[in-house]
Ligand binder design. Structure first.
Ligand code: SF4
Length: 70
């Protein structure tokens, strides 16, 4: 799988979020480097645009992403 297109500017991937989860490194591998289509941040980015992605949304927060995309 290819790297996520958001990777260079993503605040999660670049450790710019507050309260980075202990699992951050695992999420980076699972989502950012393997399958960004499953990432909550990427889903919102894709469907609504960059400006709609909350600063504190983590890749595994799919349910929250679905709420935002409604
Ligand atoms: S997969 Fe998600 S967290 Fe990773 S770089 Fe892309 S938008 Fe950011």
């Amino acid at each position: 799988m290819a790297d996520c297109v958001c990777l260079p500017s993503c605040i999660f991937f670049n450790d710019k979020m507050e309260n980075m989860p202990a699992m951050a490194q695992m999420y980076k591998t699972k989502y950012c480097l393997e399958d960004s289509s499953r990432c909550a941040r990427h889903m919102v980015f894709d469907k609504k645009g960059k400006d709609f992605v909350p600063k504190d949304l983590f890749p595994n927060q799919i349910e929250r992403a679905k709420e935002i995309m409604k």
